[in-house]
Design a protein around this ligand. Structure first.
Ligand code: CA
Length: 228
């Protein structure tokens, strides 16, 4: 059994919304529902939620726009996107836009619950070392804060977790598979493309123009954060 969470469910189809709500409540979670893009953004800004379960096709504006506005507002929410089965592009676009996880429709309710538990567990991780420093980067694990040269860098929860792997062991090379296993649950079918997208997102936020990348590619092996 996972921990109880406050979940914002953004889904416009009443039947799916009702089914998902029932399943989440039965698992002990609190559920608030939004049925369009603007409503979702308004709720996310007003009240704290642990996770947003976000459909892509919505009235008003779509899930990508909701995600973009949540991230632009710097809200520390975990976002699981519900994407259409045929749309591989949606999954990649969702991850690029700052989603933490995705599930393709139609999905089994047990699978949704398992993913939410995995996302929730990550946020409750207890760390012994709370302050990490590598070069001009500092990470405060307790406060979930990253700074570069003393300036705050806004990272999504998953981006933070990926960066944390590297900052714990600068100089060590991590394979895509190892990163996948550490961040996502082994039983899920994540491909290494997901890792590549997260590395790309981190580089975009952390690299200074013209400088060497904070996270270097080790050809054929994986990625490394250079020790200063
Ligand atoms: Ca929909």
């Amino acid at each position: 059994m996972g921990i109880a969470m406050d979940i914002l469910l953004v889904e416009d189809e009443p039947q799916i919304a009702a089914q998902v709500t029932r399943a989440l409540e039965k698992a002990g979670h609190g559920v608030t529902r939004a049925s369009d893009g603007p409503g979702a953004v308004e709720l996310a800004g007003k009240q704290h939620y642990d996770i947003v379960v976000l459909d892509v096709n919505l009235p008003g504006f779509d899930g990508f726009e909701v995600l973009a506005r949540i991230r632009a507002a710097g809200l520390p929410l975990r976002v699981l996107m519900l994407t259409a089965r045929s749309e591989v592009g949606d999954r990649v676009a969702g991850l690029k836009a700052g989603a933490d996880d995705y599930l393709t429709k139609p999905f089994a309710l047990e699978e949704l619950l398992a993913r939410l538990d995995a996302l929730g567990r990550r946020s409750g991780t207890v760390e012994h070392q709370t302050l990490l420093h590598v070069g001009n980067l500092s990470m405060d694990i307790t406060k979930h804060r990253v700074t570069r040269n003393g300036e705050r860098v806004e990272l999504s929860p998953r981006e933070f977790e990926v960066l944390q792997i590297f900052m714990h062991e600068p100089g060590r090379t991590f394979s895509r598979d190892e990163i996948c296993e550490r961040i996502w649950e082994r039983e899920h079918e994540y491909d290494t493309r997901t890792v590549e997208i997260f590395i790309m997102r981190l580089r975009k936020k952390l690299d200074a123009p013209g400088n060497e990348s904070v996270i270097a590619t080790v050809r054929g092996v994986g990625y490394v954060m250079k020790a200063p």
